[in-house]
Design a protein around this ligand. Structure first.
Ligand SMILES: [Zn+2]
Length: 434
């Protein structure tokens, strides 16, 4: 076993023990303790790093490994240090103890994403110890605040320290690279190449205020309720992006079933619990999430509002808002609470070829396929601010029966130790050869 394979589990445990719960309101412990683990393990082997706090306690660590060929563009490998909170009462183990049991590391962040943070750390330490150089510059970034939008992490760094990412054109990070076992001779590895866009919208209806006992044909509550019902009940049609079409074609082929564009359900049934990641990528979605109006039983308010969580497909943003506007009706307007882009890149080029080669070298049964995620990651921030082409690639060879998707933000989050060791071997090949 290589030194990196040997120590990756211990590094992951150490990172899990540094509680970096992100409550999204600034009340958490911040990422400083986890960042200190990273910096201590880097300096232990003589690697200098840059530590940046966007706010007190909100720690980010960045370091660059110089490549042997300065003519090549740099690769960014990033992981977020924060985790979502865990309610210890729901868990079978202490979520911040980093216990290793039955071959798994248990704890908050084990898959999201202190596993990758630890792999990055193990790999850079090994490179340094062995004096090996990658071909291109590799920027390693352990960042804050991904779970609450990256304001104190990726967004802050790209806005205030873009020089740290000079020359970077591509990146790898969560959520992708994990295996879906078809049978012992074929494992699909899902590499994320696309993400849906997000639009949190406030719907506002203005009407005529008045007494609840009188006639009123201009009631703001009625208008907003109608719009909410129309949006909530809307049956969004199946819309295939290039990525989703390729994903479904590959899965159908792997399982030996046809791809019927009018009924993709049999294919989705084959991917089991991973449908959580991709089930919502075959269409737009718009879910009403909040309603607010009025203050007294017999007073018709002059305004009523609602909130809708909209997620649109890459390349179909215009289509999404056209439909939303037709569903709003003439008396309801919308404002953005939060709006971000959708992403889609093609599944080709030298980096993709290198990822595929690295997977195949470590798992001859591997077949890599692209997929679109219904959620978003920091890759969006790096793309939007620096134009970096991002992939979800945290290689993990998982047991065939593992419900991996439920681990994200889930109770009893855990990751197999041997999956981390596999990931380290794959990433080592990728980072040194690409
Ligand atoms: Zn994550």
């Amino acid at each position: 076993m290589t030194p990196a394979e040997n120590e990756v589990a211990d590094l992951c445990v150490e990172l899990i023990r540094a509680d970096s719960s992100n409550y999204g309101d600034g009340s958490g412990p911040g990422e400083r303790a986890a960042a200190e683990v990273v910096m201590a393990r880097l300096s232990e082997v003589g690697i200098d790093s840059t530590y940046i706090e966007s706010e007190p306690g909100r720690g980010n660590v960045i370091t660059r490994v110089e490549g042997s060929d300065p003519s090549l563009p740099a690769l960014l490998v990033h992981g977020h240090l924060d985790v979502v909170p865990a309610n210890a009462a729901d868990w079978s183990v202490d979520p911040f103890a980093g216990e290793i049991r039955d071959g798994y590391i248990w704890g908050r962040g084990a898959v999201d994403m202190k596993d990758m943070d630890a792999m990055m750390l193990a790999l850079i330490r090994q490179m340094k110890r062995e004096g090996r150089k990658p071909r291109r510059d590799i920027v390693f970034a352990w960042v804050a605040d991904e779970e609450a939008g990256g304001v104190y992490g990726a967004k802050y760094l790209t806005a205030h320290h873009p020089e740290l990412f000079e020359g970077v054109t591509e990146s790898i990070s969560e959520v992708g690279g994990y295996s879906l076992e078809v049978d012992p001779s074929l494992r699909l590895y899902l590499i994320e190449t696309a993400q849906k866009g997000l639009s949190w919208m406030k719907l506002i209806a203005d009407g005529t205020a008045g007494h609840g006992s009188m006639l009123n044909s201009d009631n703001a509550v009625t208008e907003v309720a109608r719009a909410v019902a129309r949006i909530g009940e809307h049956d969004w049609p199946l819309t295939y992006t290039a990525t989703v079409r390729q994903f479904l074609t590959e899965v159908a082929d792997a399982f030996g079933i046809p791809f019927d564009e009018d009924d993709p359900q049999p294919i989705l049934d084959k991917i089991g619990p991973l449908v959580r990641f991709v089930g919502a990528t075959l269409r737009h979605t718009a879910n009403p999430t909040q309603l607010d109006a009025g203050y007294k039983s017999n007073v018709i308010p002059g305004q009523a509002t609602a909130v809708v969580d909209g997620r649109f497909l890459p390349g179909f943003e215009e289509d999404f808002f056209k439909t939303i506007d037709s569903l709003l009706g003439p008396k309801v307007r919308r404002e953005f609470i939060h709006h971000d882009i959708a992403l889609e890149t093609t599944f080709d080029g030298a980096l993709v070829e290198s990822m595929i080669a690295a997977l195949k070298a470590e798992d001859p049964a591997a077949r890599a396929i692209p997929y679109c995620m219904s959620g978003g990651t920091d890759n969006k921030t790096f793309f939007a601010d620096l134009g970096v082409r991002g992939f979800g690639f945290v290689p993990l060879r998982l047991p065939g029966d593992m419900d991996f998707a439920s681990m994200f933000h889930g109770v009893d989050e855990r990751v197999p130790v041997d999956a981390l060791q596999f990931g380290v071997r794959v990433l080592d090949r990728l980072l040194l050869n690409y």
